[in-house]
Design a protein around this ligand. Structure first.
Ligand SMILES: NC(=O)c1ccc[n+]([C@@H]2O[C@H](COP(=O)([O-])OP(=O)(O)OC[C@H]3O[C@@H](n4cnc5c(N)ncnc54)[C@H](O)[C@@H]3O)[C@@H](O)[C@H]2O)c1
Length: 433
């Protein structure tokens, strides 16, 4: 089977590299020439554990993977075309911006000659894949193609494992022919007993948004519980642990923190709310999730500022800038939101992140870049642990005590035992404890 993947972002590259790992011939396309040049030299455009090795293997050893900027040249040979371009939030409204999807649709419609399955793997609102069918139909006979929805559930930071060992695969089709082709494509996972949900196209598109929205709701829920815990002397970590032991609830995504960020949850919830509004459905739950998450970094920055009356000229260290560990992605990172708010008040921010420093500097030029966590803490009036990278989980606080100006820790991920830090002499503030 010959596969073409359009878009070489997180989803496109992982999809391409992992399908090559299954043994398929894969061509990845992107209109970003610089990215394609780098990829042809096996340079990964972002940090994702294990990806560079996989790219190198399939680019140079198996030669199953190749990269091009010319979509029109590769469409005709494809059995399946995956659309994995970005679907960000529109600048003015909260809808998903589908312009990149439509651009790809216009281009491929003119170049398909033999029967081809066109798959939306990007996260797209209900109705998009059938709209894609309409666009393709303006250039193509109906027996020359089918459209399929196959949303992606990978998480940055563990994307390869998520793709190769998913909890489930969702495939939305409206033809038996395309369903059988998708079944054959995922046969290597089917053999591992990965559940595959076959459904109609609208349901498949809906499953992706409903899943992300539910996870975001869990996070916002426990964050508000954390706020109440702080007022009444309860401990949110114990609340979450005991709640999670209930199999009906589950322990995942019940960690109180500074709010969710990243390239998916914030934009997907906005797009989902926008879809509901279009059909006059009251999505008050998700509106509340949206609002509470938007205000969270603002409240946290305010609380930090007020706790010790920090003012212009104070220095605070921020450890962790990516929106989560094991990625250099800073899109919608709460850590950067808090940094911006503190900088606005005249606070100097010394920062360190194992991988996201360069991306963070592109967003906030004022960040003082440090080479280690300890360098960031040097002469700092306080330390904020903002992203729970493994290397921040066992910091030597005796060493930090010697370097820092004041001994204050804001642990926004609750990764430390308050008593241990207080015993060393730190003033410790967690979330919901
Ligand atoms: N990042 C994630 O963790 C994740 C997980 C699941 C689903 N998704 C969804 O997958 C989609 C892609 O996300 P991403 O994070 O990989 O995006 P991304 O922004 O990292 O990458 C998108 C890529 O598409 C390319 N592109 C845009 N228009 C193009 C065109 N006309 N022709 C060729 N290439 C084009 C861009 O140059 C870019 O390299 C989104 O809909 C997202 O919501 C993302």
């Amino acid at each position: 089977m010959k596969l073409v993947i359009v878009g070489t972002g997180y989803v496109g590259l992982i999809t391409g590299a992992c399908f090559a790992e299954f043994g398929y011939n894969v061509i990845c396309v992107d209109k970003n020439n610089d990215r394609i040049n780098k990829l042809n030299n096996a340079q990964c455009p972002f940090y994702e554990p294990g990806l560079e090795n996989l790219l190198l293997k399939h680019l140079t050893v198996t030669k199953l993977l190749s990269f091009t900027n010319s979509l029109s040249e590769v469409v005709a040979d494809a059995d399946i075309i995956f659309i994995t371009v970005g679907t960000p939030t529109k600048r003015v409204e909260n809808q998903a911006d589908l312009s990149a999807v439509w651009e790809v649709a216009e281009e491929i419609g003119k170049k398909i000659f033999n029967y081809t399955v066109v798959v939306t793997k990007s996260t797209v609102p209900v109705g998009t894949t059938l709209e894609l069918k309409n666009i393709l139909s303006s250039n193509l006979e109906s027996d020359k193609f089918d459209v399929v929805s196959n949303p992606e559930f990978l998480r940055e930071g563990s994307a390869i494992n998520d793709f190769l060992r998913p909890d489930r695969i969702v495939i939305g089709t409206n033809s038996k022919k395309s369903e059988n082709i998708m079944k054959e494509l995922y046969r290597p996972l089917y053999l591992n007993e990965t559940p595959i949900v076959f459904t109609n196209i609208e349901t498949s598109e809906m499953i992706k948004y409903a899943s992300n929205s539910f996870l975001a709701t869990k996070i916002s829920f426990i964050n508000q519980i954390a706020d109440l815990c702080e007022k009444v002397g309860a401990n949110v970590n114990d609340v979450a642990k005991a709640m999670g032991m209930d199999k009906r609830i589950g322990s995942k995504f019940l960690h109180a923190g500074p709010g969710f960020g990243g390239s998916c949850f914030p934009k997907d919830i906005k797009a989902f709310v926008s879809t509901a509004k279009k059909y006059n459905i009251d999505f008050s739950i998700l509106n509340a999730v949206n609002d509470s998450n938007a205000i969270r970094p603002i409240n946290i920055a305010k609380k930090i500022l007020e706790s010790k009356k920090y003012k212009k000229g104070n220095t605070i260290a921020i450890l962790g800038l990516s929106f989560k560990p094991n990625t250099n992605d800073v899109r919608d990172s709460t850590s950067l939101k808090i940094a911006k708010l503190l900088i606005k008040k005249g606070i100097k921010i010394k920062s360190y992140d194992p991988k996201a420093m360069n991306n963070a500097k592109l967003e906030i030029n004022e960040l003082i870049e440090c080479k280690t966590a300890y360098e960031a803490c040097e002469s700092a009036d306080a330390v904020i642990i903002a992203t729970e990278w493994n290397e921040f989980r066992a910091l030597d606080f005796k060493k930090i005590k010697e370097k820092a100006k004041k001994l204050v820790i804001y642990d926004l991920r609750n990764i430390y035992n308050p008593k241990e830090l207080r015993d060393i002499g730190f003033e410790y503030y967690g979330i919901g404890t």
